[in-house]
Design a protein around this ligand. Structure first.
Ligand SMILES: NC(=O)c1ccc[n+]([C@@H]2O[C@H](COP(=O)([O-])OP(=O)(O)OC[C@H]3O[C@@H](n4cnc5c(N)ncnc54)[C@H](OP(=O)(O)O)[C@@H]3O)[C@@H](O)[C@H]2O)c1
Length: 498
């Protein structure tokens, strides 16, 4: 049997230590890696095999729960790890890398290759060309490319063309780790394995949809990367829009890679083009400012002191098709929010006639379905129930199903799932070239608008709050509200335009 070789470019970086090696280790422990395999880390840092192992032994264990319990397995795993020092931006190292892979696999022209690009995005367009020159783009090879795939529509198209000149589309795996999460996949099961929701899943019954992916951290040590990117490119163009697609897509004819990915692209192609009014009024761009002990974005390492990079985006988007016409999708992402949460909230329409009141004398709110991607993965349905006793007061209650109660395997790590899919040649949960372009096509006008209107508002929000107050106003126009509204109004005087 051919030896499987995984070559990680960017092996000395954050992603490799926090996600890739722990994911590979968990696959190894569950015997989900090919029997014969080698992992070759590549980066410029001058490690040898031995010193790379020392680095791995020190840096990776904090990201593997319960590692101490099975040191034997870990030591076995480490015997598969190797390192090759080279500058991936230069062609010279590649013939030597090819030799090293041959030596490790014992095959003159190994076919079973998986390249993982965990380098800065500036190398995404360089590495494939060098792989081709060195003859490493073999028919059996696959390549996983991290986000962001492109910087805008033009660069994404150019990158797609470049990849198509080196690999076949079925060899290219553009990764979006959100799709590797069990709970993101569960949106499909929830929608298409249950008959009761699908008839309601349209503009007749749904008032609006919220998609939120926020975190309570800043940019940590990644100022250099984040400065030129911002929240729209880092989160909205890929992760958030994927969640919109899972929520809004039509049922695929079959659950095959192409059927599924065709439906994703159809959603992107139905996104209502953003008008000038949308661009100026329905996109709220924010940046966190210092608050208490928390640093502001402009004080982070590697960030320009007058940076106008967005760390928060809230926007309203529409989907022009029969199912969704007139139903706004409000999406938002932000750093330094009060908590870390990713969820989709489907707000159903009010009952046509309000008969009952709550014990507080208000009317019960419309039903709400929360699809929680993380944390506390699960599904919550908000209903009105009669309070026992005299009168006819209604109380809001939650029907709550948490994912960890379902049994089965523990919710696997998204990276492990996706790497395994790639090894097995299943591209379903990876982004196809046309989807990347359709998504950029939709968001490109936003980037253009900001470029042409340098004074377009950028709102400061104190770190640890729910983002600019303007995002609340944007929702209220439609009688809508974020599920986690700005509660920290004592900070009101700290919200300002930057
Ligand atoms: N970290 C995450 O959680 C995360 C999540 C999703 C996506 N990503 C994506 O994954 C990629 C890697 O992210 P990261 O956080 O691991 O970045 P990082 O910590 O900065 O690591 C970058 C890696 O690339 C190597 N490298 C090779 N040539 C380089 C060059 N010319 N300039 C700079 N570095 C070079 C670096 O090692 P040497 O300096 O030794 O060469 C290092 O191993 C990025 O594209 C990022 O967008 C990261």
């Amino acid at each position: 049997m051919n030896t499987f070789a995984m070559i990680i470019f960017g092996a000395s970086g954050d992603l490799t230590k926090r996600k890739l090696l722990p994911a590979l280790y968990s696959l190894f422990c569950e015997s989900r890696l090919p029997q014969q395999f080698v992992i070759v880390g590549v980066a410029r840092t001058a490690y040898t095999d031995a010193s790379y192992l020392e680095y791995v032994e020190k840096e990776v264990p904090p990201f593997i729960p319960n590692l101490q319990a099975d040191k034997v397995r870990w030591n076995q795993f480490c015997t598969h790890l190797h390192y090759f020092s080279m500058d991936p931006s230069q062609p010279e190292g590649y013939p030597l890398l090819a030799q090293r892979i041959s030596q490790l696999t014992g095959e003159e022209a190994p076919e079973n290759l998986l390249f993982y690009l965990a380098t800065p995005p500036s190398l995404y367009g360089v590495v494939p060309l060098h792989l081709r020159e060195a003859g490493l783009n073999r028919a059996g090879a696959r390549i996983i490319v991290e986000k962001p795939f492109g910087y805008d529509l033009q660069s994404a198209r150019a990158l797609n063309e470049l990849y198509a000149s080196v690999f076949e589309e079925h060899q290219i795996y553009r990764i979006d780790h959100f799709l590797g999460k069990e709970t993101a996949q569960n949106i499909l099961a929830f929608r298409f394995a249950n008959g009761i929701f699908e008839p309601l899943w349209n503009r007749n019954y749904i008032h609006y949809v919220e998609v939120t992916a926020v975190e309570n951290l800043g940019i940590e040590q990644r100022g250099g990367y984040y400065e030129g990117v911002g929240a729209l490119r880092d989160m909205v163009q890929n992760h958030l829009i994927q969640l919109v697609a899972l929520t809004a897509m039509e049922p695929p004819a079959r659950f095959t890679a192409d059927s599924f990915r065709n439906e994703v692209v159809k959603v992107y192609e139905s996104l209502a083009p953003l008008t000038q009014e949308d661009l100026s009024e329905h996109i709220v761009r924010g940046q966190y400012t210092a608050s208490g002990v928390k640093r502001g974005y402009r004080q982070e390492k590697g960030v320009h002191p007058e940076s106008r990079t967005d760390t928060y985006i809230a926007m309203k988007i529409g989907i022009d098709n029969w199912r969704w016409n007139g139903v706004p999708f409000y999406i938002r992402t932000g750093k330094q929010m009060p908590t870390k949460v990713t969820e989709i909230v489907v707000h159903f329409r009010e009952t046509p006639h309000r008969m009952f009141q709550t014990t507080e004398g208000s009317y019960p709110q419309a039903n709400k379905l929360i699809l929680r991607i993380q944390p506390n993965e699960g599904i919550v349905l908000k209903l009105g129930m009669k309070v026992p006793g005299p009168g006819f007061n209604v109380k809001e209650v939650m029907m709550d199903v948490t994912y960890d109660k379902l049994g089965g395997l523990p919710a696997g790590d998204a990276y492990a799932r996706l790497i395994e899919d790639c090894i097995l040649g299943d591209p379903t949960l990876f982004t196809r070239s046309d989807a990347v372009e359709a998504s950029w096509k939709f968001f490109d006008p936003v980037l253009q608008y900001w470029k042409e209107h340098v004074d377009a508002p950028l709102y400061g929000y104190p770190a640890g709050t729910w983002g600019p107050l303007e995002s609340e106003a944007m929702m209220r126009e439609h009688g809508a509200d974020w599920t986690n509204p700005c509660k920290n109004l004592t900070h009101t005087d700290q919200y300002c335009e930057l």
